[in-house]
Design a protein around this ligand. Structure first.
Ligand SMILES: C[S@@+](CC[C@H](N)C(=O)[O-])C[C@H]1O[C@@H](n2cnc3c(N)ncnc32)[C@H](O)[C@@H]1O
Length: 348
């Protein structure tokens, strides 16, 4: 029972689409202890954080209540928890935003990492602020966390993945909501992570979300910065103090690993992305670039791999397969478009 409530709660705080929610079966939901747990863990506004948007909460609650109603065999004994019913009536009386307002609304989204093989570890969560329903808004695709980031996050949260970043100086390209950077900064023991994107609004959004990812710490080693591929990375703002105590030359900015998810979605972006990746190898010390791709279009991806070869960069696919959606225990995502992770390094 606890496992199914844990999974449903994790999906709910990630605002997973209703059709993909793994609702416990009726005979489980009818149990009073289960309904109390659902209320306390998902719908008690005074006890949960973040509180999902009203519209999403009311749709999930409606579905739960109908499933409980369908399972009532003896109306004298089986009943629906009063707190759940009260939450429902409060939610249905709220004014409804338009479909456009809903799509553009920024919401706090809490992602829970897949259950580790060690089993009883505390849950590792990452909170971002994003518009889940938006693909392209204000000129960028970075307002939501994409499947490739959730795929790469699932890999990095595994033992083999964590070994690639633990203790390292990491930089993320096209960080969007900052999901991967927060994961690295809070849970994977990186020495530092510079979360970059070309959109200043996205970088401000990442900065504003740091407080939601501290979980009892005073700070985490994340440094949000604006960086457009093909231009120099300036050591200003949050980066001003980074690396200066290491007596290094130039900007003093050095990294060990670069990360990036879903950056190869348009062939026009390939030349500037490639020049930045080369810049990172030549001038910032990185040894590898770990990138996850959504194989929406073979040609676009081929253009990227060909450009790597032309620029003396070697690539290898990492042996990490997506877990089928129905078996995922965290960082829930669709696998209907193939997802792959590559390690790019300098050719020997
Ligand atoms: C599809 S989104 C992926 C966001 C995030 N990595 C994820 O997977 O959720 C692509 C990101 O790359 C950023 N981007 C696109 N072109 C860029 C450029 N020339 N320089 C820097 N960032 C860029 C966008 O602003 C956006 O945040």
């Amino acid at each position: 029972m606890t496992d199914s409530i844990d999974k449903l709660a994790a999906q709910y705080f990630q605002l997973v689409e209703l059709q993909q929610l793994d609702l416990p079966p009726g005979p489980v939901l009818i149990q009073p202890a289960v309904q109390t747990a659902l209320y306390e863990r998902m719908f008690n506004e005074n006890a949960v954080f973040p509180v999902p948007p009203d519209r999403y909460r009311s749709r999930v609650l409606k579905q739960l209540i109908s499933r409980i109603e369908e399972s009532i065999i003896n109306p004298e004994e089986d009943e629906i928890n009063d707190d759940l019913m009260e939450s429902w009536s409060t939610l249905v009386s709220q004014p409804k935003p338009s479909a456009l307002q809903q799509a553009q609304q920024l919401s706090l989204v809490k992602y829970t990492a897949p259950t580790s093989s060690a089993g009883n570890c505390p849950k590792r969560t990452v909170t971002t602020s994003e518009s889940r329903g938006v693909i392209l808004y204000a000129g960028t695709t970075g307002n939501r966390t994409w499947e490739a980031a959730l795929h790469l996050g699932s890999f990095l949260a595994s033992e083999a993945g964590e070994a690639l970043v633990r203790g390292k100086r990491v930089i993320e390209l096209g960080a969007g909501t900052g999901f991967l950077s927060f994961l690295c900064a809070r849970h994977l023991g990186v020495r530092s992570i510079v979360a970059t994107d070309r959109e200043p609004a996205l970088v401000d959004n990442i900065r504003a979300c740091v407080k939601h990812n501290l979980h009892g710490r005073e700070s985490i080693p994340i440094y949000p910065a604006v960086w457009e591929w093909g231009t120099p990375l300036e050591k200003v703002g949050d980066l001003a103090g980074l690396g200066s105590d290491e007596g290094e030359e130039g900007t003093g900015l050095k990294f060990d690993v670069a990360l990036g998810a879903d950056l190869v979605y348009d062939t026009d972006l390939v030349p500037s992305l490639l020049s930045t990746v080369q810049d990172l190898f030549e001038n910032y010390n990185i040894e590898e670039f770990i990138t996850a791709v959504s194989l929406r279009n073979e040609n676009t991806f081929r253009t990227f791999l060909n450009a790597c070869e032309t620029n003396s960069l070697a690539f290898e696919a990492l042996p990490f397969e997506s877990t089928p959606a129905e078996d995922q225990t965290g960082f829930f995502h669709s696998t209907s478009i193939p997802l792959r992770t590559y390690r790019i390094s300098r050719s020997k």
